[in-house]
Ligand binder design. Structure first.
Ligand SMILES: Cc1cc2nc3c(=O)[nH]c(=O)nc-3n(C[C@H](O)[C@H](O)[C@H](O)COP(=O)(O)OP(=O)(O)OC[C@H]3O[C@@H](n4cnc5c(N)ncnc54)[C@H](O)[C@@H]3O)c2cc1C
Length: 536
């Protein structure tokens, strides 16, 4: 199958890229391992940032807040681009049908999020991501964009540092297929999901695209920065959106005293909460003082989640909460045009590191980033269609390697290693030793434990031997990718000998000017290398 542009991933970034590539006349296909309506973006609740009305806010202030939130390791020009275009981004989403809440004057309503004192987050009650994805998907269908759902991409086809497409496993019929393209866009989402059982991310957010790109030779950046969200339901890690605090929710200790400004940055609040939790103290979100009608109107999903999963009525009772891994600031290194270090390969969305969020992302800035850079990726990939070709022999080599790997995996005898147990172990270890607090000693021991987990991949067996809908096989690939990305995270966390934003080293508990730079990871000849590089 030959396309002009292939987009891997059907969250808001991938769908925006697809619409823009199609609009520019390209033959486009979107490949995704889930259905678009199951992408991580549908879980985004709180909202999307933009300065719409300049009476009390300004684009300059949005730029400044984002830069400050990044702890000075982002690119001001890129932030400027995103913030200056934010109003148009919202108006475009509004024009295609995203049902944003309106205020009394019928203007798009906004709420307050952390890390800023201004009210600039647009929302669709607390279903913002879901409404955006549904609207974008509708648009893609009416624009006849070709979808290959339930296709898990296994590898990129790369020759002489140029990407020619990808190899995917068709989950429905068990076939290994090649998808050839003149430009390829990775929009596969982030890697906070590797903290399994300690994350707000969906089970399918397993860092695939980042691992695949890294193995193909693309540079990664800032992998040490993973944001923990302060408020998830105790024992479930289900997110209670920042909009709950934005609408006036308070954080209380077990004596029902406030202990922090609820609208400080997420990294600061999460660490303060976690310090209490390790001392076996409880922390609560208090919404009892907010009128029930207001809760029902503005945060209905949070009310339902608390009731269904914790059996708590937030209009009357305190809600016990805990922090969980939520968002990954690092990813595939790109420039402002979404170019990666591999020719004809672009990246956008949470899998990309576009020098916007640095060491800490502000709530509401991710949805804005993924739509902004999804658009750039779609346009840029279409403008720069490669004229190079690749021979059939190389494509066959990729196909045969993957077929034979699957065959070997399915033939493996039963062993004591299980995929699920290993995924859980990985999540627990990462949370304990590379979570909210890190230090040299624990990172070193984690690195050894990870080597053992990686070695176990050679013995893990696949329970399900069927050739259709073999989800067990897919989980194996996801585990392989999660381990690969965990290694890059630990490697980067060890090298950054300072504390900055979400990366807190107990043995270097202050920021150090020497490290006021993004980290760049390269993978060549089976070796990982890391440099801290100035922002260009
Ligand atoms: C619970 C929650 C609430 C959030 N709330 C907000 C919010 O209010 N505001 C905000 O700004 N941000 C929020 N975020 C962050 C934001 O939702 C994400 O950063 C964003 O949705 C990522 O979008 P994406 O397009 O990059 O990828 P995703 O939406 O994660 O989509 C990834 C796509 O890639 C596909 N894929 C992955 N691997 C493969 C593979 N191997 N082969 C084929 N396809 C693959 C998946 O199937 C999926 O279609 C929230 C995040 C979470 C977890």
């Amino acid at each position: 199958m030959q396309y002009d542009v292939i987009i891997i991933g059907a969250g808001a970034s991938g769908l925006t890229a697809a619409l823009n590539a199609k609009k520019n006349g390209a033959k486009v296909a979107v490949i995704a391992k889930t259905l678009p309506t199951h992408s991580q973006t549908v879980q985004a609740q709180g909202g999307i940032n933009a300065v719409l009305y300049e009476d009390d806010d300004s684009v300059e202030q949005h730029i400044e807040d984002t830069y400050k939130g990044s702890y000075n390791i982002s690119n001001k020009r890129n932030i400027e681009y995103m913030c200056k275009n934010a109003k148009d981004t919202i108006l475009w989403l509004d024009s295609i049908g995203v049902p944003f809440n309106r205020n009394k004057n019928d203007k798009i309503a906004q709420r307050k999020f952390g890390g800023t004192k201004k009210i600039r987050t647009c929302y669709s009650s607390d279903y913002t991501g879901l409404k955006i994805v549904h609207t974008l998907y509708d648009q893609c269908i009416s624009n006849d964009i070709q979808f290959y759902n339930e296709h898990q991409v296994l590898e990129l086809i790369v020759s002489n540092n140029e990407c020619f497409g990808c190899i995917a496993y068709d989950i429905v019929d068990g076939k290994v297929k090649e998808f050839m393209s003149k430009s390829t866009i990775l929009a596969t989402g982030g890697y906070a999901g590797i903290y399994k059982n300690h994350t707000t991310n969906s089970l399918s957010t397993t860092a695939d695209g980042i691992a695949i790109a890294f193995k193909a030779g693309a540079d990664l950046s800032n992998m040490e920065f993973v944001q923990f969200h302060p408020t998830t339901l105790e024992n479930t890690n289900i997110l209670i959106s920042e909009s709950a605090r934005g609408e006036g929710g308070l954080l209380l200790d077990e004596n029902e005293n406030r202990f922090i400004d609820e609208l400080s940055t997420r990294d600061e609040i999460s660490r303060e909460i976690f310090k209490k939790i390790v001392k076996k103290e409880k922390v609560y979100l208090d919404l009892r003082h907010i009128e029930k009608e207001k809760i029902e109107e503005l945060i209905p999903q949070e009310m339902r989640l608390a009731s269904e999963f914790s059996n708590i009525d937030i209009s009357k009772e305190l809600l016990p909460i805990t922090p969980a891994a939520h968002y990954s600031m690092g990813g595939i290194k790109t420039d402002i045009n979404t170019n990666t270090s591999i020719k004809s390969l672009y990246a956008c969305g949470e899998c990309a590191q576009t020098d916007i969020h640095g060491a800490n992302r502000l709530g509401g800035n991710s949805l804005l980033e993924i739509v902004t850079f999804g658009k750039i990726a779609g346009i840029n990939a279409t403008k720069n269609l490669s004229t190079e070709t690749i021979n059939q022999e190389t494509i066959n080599k990729y196909i045969n390697q993957n077929k034979s790997k699957i065959k070997t995996l399915l033939q493996r005898d039963k062993s004591s290693y299980s995929i699920h147990k290993t995924k859980n172990t990985l999540g627990d270890l990462m949370f304990k030793k590379a979570g909210l607090f890190r230090e040299e000693e624990t990172l070193l021991s984690l690195s050894k434990e990870l080597e053992a987990l990686e070695a176990s991949l050679d013995s893990i067996h696949i329970d399900d031997k069927s050739s259709i809908y073999n989800k067990n096989l897919l989980e194996y690939f996801e585990l392989e990718n999660s381990i690969c990305v965990s290694k890059t995270l630990i490697f980067s966390a060890m090298k950054r000998k300072e504390s900055r934003g979400s990366h807190y080293r107990e043995d270097f508990n202050k920021a150090n000017k020497l490290y006021e730079k993004p980290s760049i990871l390269t993978y060549k000849n089976d070796q990982i290398d890391l440099n801290f590089e100035d922002i260009k």
